[in-house]
Design a protein around this ligand. Structure first.
Ligand code: SF4
Length: 433
């Protein structure tokens, strides 16, 4: 089950619980599985619309803001289907689950998780509730206080299979695990994963703490892709990889050649951002040909000092080389979005503005990504010296924005700059009357 989210804002921008689908692949040989994603959007009673790429708003209800966040001038919401629909789904099962596996996302979403567990206890009082996912891995002691019976504090498939084998008293396979798409229920778009983990160690990111780099089985992935494309009619695919362009000949190029050989016409999306350093002309050409419409790049900052302190992902000259390649193979500004981090500890807002100007001048569209402190990272320690982070609710990027001492009016100016750039591109690219 994927639980409710409680936050000031949340949106289904290619957000599907792919970790739960991998868990289903592990458990499938030994268990009957019922799957509930509380964030499911294609329920007729909810009346939610989707964009052409399948993304859209979650169902949401305004609810009382936690007392400790009452100083934040924003509305607090619970995202996910109404409780009566959830109860119908749970009570409509014609069998009682012995085990319920609940995922978790950001650390600051734990109130939605505990709320969900209370509802589950109400319907299935005798089931064992197991919590896994990102929050459970980053803060297992805190997660243990949210009402579950067991917390699984890691995500690597082999380790998860091992601990579940012991818990359930069965033998589970942890190799060659891929998402089990058959349980998804929503096929407006499909997430794709060619590998887990990342080969970098940026100081604001916990990827390496959550997962070591591990390629997924490409043969099984191709079969899943065929099934999604042919049986479910999926046309939009979003890569969830942290390092999609790493060793492309072993995974990405195989998939894209497969797509071209079959004559498929999908549209690929890269919500996580691509590693600029790994972009080569032959891969970019293949990407363009196989259906990448939008490309998102992870630059984060053009400032040398930022790269020395927080990450080693991409330098200015590597970014310029990547832009040259993308233009050469046929992408234009409208289709090249470049992530720009805001409010990383020690970062000045004038440096963010310079980065945005540099991206736009180089032919890309800057996209602001607001920093949130992640436990266990060096930048979390730096952020802790700026504001109290003792409650995971305080890790929320909106909360941190208001409390980190940053000039909020300057942030609003940067947001307006981002909007202005977008409008400028729309004007430039719209046909003249
Ligand atoms: S490259 Fe991306 S996923 Fe990898 S460590 Fe840096 S921010 Fe995290």
């Amino acid at each position: 089950m994927y639980p409710y989210i409680e936050d000031f804002a949340a949106y289904d921008h290619f957000a599907k619980p792919v970790g739960l689908w991998m868990l289903a692949d592990i458990l499938r040989p030994v268990a009957d599985i019922a799957y509930v994603n509380i964030l499911q959007r294609n329920i007729p009673e909810l009346g939610l619309k989707s964009k052409a790429d399948g993304t859209g708003h979650f169902y949401q209800q305004v609810t009382a803001v936690p007392e400790v966040l009452s100083d934040i001038p924003r509305r607090w919401k619970r995202y996910g289907m109404p409780e009566e629909i959830l109860y119908q789904k749970l009570k409509g099962l014609d069998w009682q689950p012995d085990w319920i596996f609940v995922s978790s996302g950001m650390t600051y979403w734990y109130t939605g998780l505990s709320y969900t567990i209370r509802l589950l206890r109400d319907v299935f009082p005798s089931a064992m509730v197991v919590v896994g996912g990102i929050y459970a891995s980053l803060l297992p002691d805190h997660a243990a206080l949210q009402g579950a019976d067991v917390v699984v504090p890691f995500q690597q498939p082999a380790k998860v299979a091992n601990v579940l084998s012991q818990l359930l008293g069965v033998s589970l396979r942890g190799e060659k695990v891929v998402p089990d798409y058959s349980i998804a229920r929503e096929y407006g778009y499909a997430p794709l994963l060619l590998s887990l983990g990342c080969v970098f160690r940026c100081e604001y990111c916990a990827s390496h703490r959550l997962l070591s780099f591990e390629p997924l089985d490409i043969a099984r992935t191709l079969r899943a892709f065929d099934w999604l494309y042919n049986e479910k009619g999926v046309r939009h695919f979003a890569f969830y990889d942290d390092t999609l362009l790493f060793q492309p000949e072993k995974r990405l190029k195989i998939l894209l050649h497969h797509v071209l050989e079959k004559g498929y016409t999908p549209v690929f999306h890269t919500p996580n951002g691509l590693h600029i350093r790994f972009l080569t002309e032959d891969v970019a050409k293949l990407m363009k040909k196989a259906g990448f419409e939008d490309v998102r790049l992870s630059l984060e900052s053009s400032e040398e000092e930022f790269h020395q302190t927080h990450q080693q992902k991409a330098k200015r000259e590597e970014f310029l080389r990547a832009m040259e390649i993308l233009y050469k193979v046929g992408f234009s500004r409208r289709h090249i979005r470049v992530y720009t981090l805001v409010n990383v500890p020690g970062q000045s807002l004038s440096s963010v503005e310079k980065t945005m100007q540099f991206i736009f001048a180089s032919g890309g569209m800057p996209m602001l990504a607001y920093y949130s402190p992640i436990p266990g990272t060096p930048d979390f320690v730096r952020a802790s010296s700026l504001t109290d982070l003792s409650d995971p609710l305080f890790h929320n990027n909106t909360v941190y924005l208001y409390r980190s001492g940053i000039d909020v009016s300057y942030v609003q100016h940067l947001h307006q700059l981002e909007v202005n750039y977008r409008h400028q591109v729309q004007r430039e690219e719209s046909p003249s009357p």
